[in-house]
Unconditional design. Structure first.
Length: 307
């Protein structure tokens, strides 16, 4: 589906030009949209300019004239700030335009922000994402979305450009956030389990490259083991997804479970390992750093850190 309406490219704004947001902006440019974007970092804005987009310095500026605003920030607090804060996007968004919220947040926060947007006649699509930076740049994300049918209709071309799979999960914001949190529970547990396994393999004196090859061809494999353990083997903990992301997300899981009087002991145990990594100064490092905590606790030896 083209990013043009009556011969003119449809303007889409992207707020947050990190690894995910920039990849999404690239996919939208490739699909023919007129893409503007803002980020707090000057290099991110210049990177967008080089790719053919139009950089802006504030959400208010970037949203001016945009039919769709895609927010790719970290959490509910940042989403609220870019939408309703000083120089927020809501100030220039036109009635009937769509705000696509891709941050991971609690269902209650998604519902609350959607209600505030509705007061300004802005459609809110609760649309968290999964897939990583490479899939974002390829337009192959998975989007877990919920919101009014009109919001889906008006943003269909944008969603198609961004995702390989778009799941319409319901007519009310909050459902998308709930499904994303189930995904995050599994992702966080799988990474922690993978780190526990690879550090134990080292403690047992096994060749880690061989272990990786065997496990990825066996029933014990997981997407997270296959994706994250090369970071450990290479000693490269530059953050593709940081430890703090799962401190946040598994913390939300615990809050949700407690409110439902639901036990979540495995997720709670994984959260403790991310908290330990964060407390040890690894919060901004890649989430595979949990393996380093296991190594420190056990005396296992992992490949040397890259500078």
């Amino acid at each position: 589906m083209s990013g043009r309406v009556q011969g003119e490219p449809t303007k889409v704004a992207v707020i947050g030009l990190g690894s995910m947001g920039f990849g999404m902006a690239e996919s939208l440019l490739r699909a023919g949209f007129a893409v503007s974007g803002c980020d707090v970092a000057d290099p991110a804005r210049e990177r967008l300019r080089s790719a053919g987009g139009t950089p802006a310095t504030t959400p208010r500026e970037v949203a001016d004239g945009a039919s769709i605003v895609v927010s790719v920030v970290v959490n509910a607090a940042q989403t609220e700030q870019v939408l309703f804060g000083k120089a927020g996007a809501i100030e220039t968004m036109q009635p009937g335009s769509v705000f696509i919220s891709s941050a991971t947040m609690s269902p209650a926060d998604a519902e609350r922000l959607a209600a505030r947007a509705e007061e300004k006649d802005v459609l809110f699509l609760d649309a968290p994402i999964s897939g990583g930076a490479k899939r974002a740049a390829a337009g192959e994300l998975t989007i877990m979305a919920s919101g009014e049918p009109e919001a889906f209709e008006r943003s269909e071309a944008v969603l198609t450009a961004l995702a390989q799979k778009v799941y319409r999960l319901g007519d009310k914001p909050g459902v998308g956030a709930s499904v994303k949190m189930i995904n995050q529970l599994l992702a966080g547990v799988h990474i922690a389990a993978a780190c526990e396994a690879i550090a134990l393999a080292s403690k047992l004196g096994l060749d880690l490259s061989t272990v990786y090859e065997v496990i990825t061809a066996s029933a014990g494999n997981s997407w997270m083991f296959e994706n994250r353990m090369p970071h450990v083997l290479e000693g490269d903990y530059r953050p593709l997804s940081s430890v703090e992301i799962f401190v946040k997300d598994l913390g939300i899981i615990q809050d949700m479970a407690r409110s439902e009087r639901y036990p979540a002991p495995i997720a709670a145990a994984a959260l403790q390992m991310y908290l330990a990594a964060s407390g040890a100064g690894m919060g901004k490092d890649d989430d595979s750093s949990v393996a380093r905590i296991y190594a420190q606790l056990s005396g296992a030896t992992l490949p040397e850190l890259k500078n």
